[in-house]
Design a protein around this ligand. Structure first.
Ligand code: NIG
Ligand code: FE
Length: 418
């Protein structure tokens, strides 16, 4: 048998083994290290992983042999919570933020998410596409090969569809794979301030069925927060969306401890995201249900808030993933590597735990565990060659991009040697 490509001379190949469920407790800290490794790729998938030069049986005259130059190789990073597609930016609120005006207060004044809703409505599909593509290019350069992308800056059908169409088009045209989430329940439009039910009826009766019919989103998400969608409203929306065939996510317990973690477990959501204010009872329920806690330390950093209690979650057996939360307000940065570094410095996770959180557990948080998240035979050949001697270095040396090369589906898509 011969293969399309061999990547040889890998100093350290680092990956987890997928055991059929997300990593919890001590497993979160376990990784496999193969020194002096090679990887064989055929049809965009891993076909063999071995040591030394034992790949001769896989080589013929058309096999490409790439040299990893003794560097570190890890699975392609997965950014499983982003608000990739939106119009405009919000640096006009930056001074208010520095002065200490709370995030939710800015939203109540008609700024925040609602200001991005205005810019997204007025932006053309092409403008949104170009802006999101630039962000996606940055993410790929940082080693991210799969991105979850939420709508939620339309709050009415046409603009929600416009955002989701842009994300679907990027999925087709860009090397990065996208996973699509409908987040129509992201804020209450001013005109529905006193009539939540009126807006929820539109989400449930008009938006969700249409978006499902068009096949534009796989997940449904709700911003469950004091002053936004209550626990009861979130439960109602998510039950309806489940009945329509959506998989579920919640922006849960981000600022106030409302019981979002408990609700995510009860509804068997794929993930509960943020959880900076989650209760211990909620964490226990997440653990019992294998609901992924998707932690977003870049948001804590940028909002100057407490970090989620990752150590408690891991102790209790909650499977933890980690993402950027890239958005124009609470976390205006595409840099997942920086979020990983904050995973260690802010969430007090170990480098191994962080790696599992942005690879295999992130894959579970978007239901892509059968395709990505580890370097194992049969999975998509998404990998990053890093200019780093070990995984600790990757998290310790912060604020820079460690990528040397990125392969997506077995194709070289970023090459910093050039
Ligand atoms: O994940 N919390 C709600 N949604 C986003 C922020 C969106 C925005 O500020 O534009 C988040 O933090
Ligand atoms: Fe978010």
């Amino acid at each position: 048998m011969s293969v399309d490509m061999i990547i040889k001379n890998i100093g350290k190949l680092i990956t987890s083994k997928d055991t059929g469920r997300p990593k919890t407790k001590k497993e979160m800290n376990q990784i496999e290290i193969t020194k002096n490794a090679y990887i064989a790729i055929e049809n965009g998938r891993f076909i063999e992983i071995g040591e030394g030069n034992n790949y001769n049986h896989l080589v013929n005259e058309s096999t490409k042999i790439e040299d990893a130059q003794g560097l570190l190789v890890v699975p392609g990073f997965i950014d499983s919570h982003t608000h990739l597609v939106h119009g405009g930016s919000r640096e006009n609120e930056f001074l208010k933020k520095i002065e200490g005006i709370p995030y939710i207060e800015i939203l109540k004044q008609g700024g925040g998410i609602l200001s991005t809703v205005k810019s997204t409505k007025t932006a053309s599909e092409d403008e949104l596409y170009y802006k999101a593509k630039q962000s996606l290019d940055k993410m790929l350069e940082l080693g991210v090969t799969t991105v979850e992308s939420k709508s939620g800056y339309g709050l009415e059908l046409d603009t929600e569809i416009k955002q989701l169409k842009v994300a679907n088009k990027l999925d087709k045209n860009h090397p990065v794979d996208l996973v699509h989430t409908f987040l129509g329940a992201h804020a209450i439009p001013i005109e529905y301030k006193e009539n939540h039910k009126g807006f929820i009826d539109i989400i449930v009766n008009d938006m969700m069925p249409k978006i499902k019919e068009l096949g534009l989103a796989e997940f449904c998400d709700v911003f469950c927060e004091e002053g936004v969608f209550s626990i009861e409203e979130t439960e109602y929306i998510l039950k309806k969306s489940k009945a329509m065939g959506y998989k579920l996510k919640i922006h849960a317990d981000e600022i106030v401890s409302l019981g979002g973690a408990e609700l995510a477990a009860k509804l068997k959501c794929t993930s509960a995201d943020h959880l900076m204010a989650a209760s211990e009872a909620g964490m226990k329920m997440l653990a019992e249900n294998y609901t992924i806690a998707n932690l977003l330390p870049g948001t804590s950093f940028n909002l100057n808030k407490d970090y989620a209690n990752a150590r408690k979650m891991i102790e209790l057996g909650v499977p933890v993933a980690l993402s950027s939360d890239y958005n124009p307000g609470s976390c205006p940065s595409e840099n997942l590597q920086f979020a990983m570094q904050l995973g260690c410095l802010g969430l007090k996770m170990t480098p191994n735990e962080v790696l599992n959180a942005v690879t295999i557990n992130a894959a579970y948080s978007i239901d892509r565990q059968d395709e990505i998240g580890t370097i194992e035979v049969g999975k998509k050949a998404d990998l990053v060659i890093c200019n780093a001697p070990n995984i600790e270095y990757l998290m310790y040396h912060f604020g820079i991009n460690h990528v040397n090369k990125v392969y997506k589906n077995g194709k070289l898509v970023v090459d910093k040697n050039l």
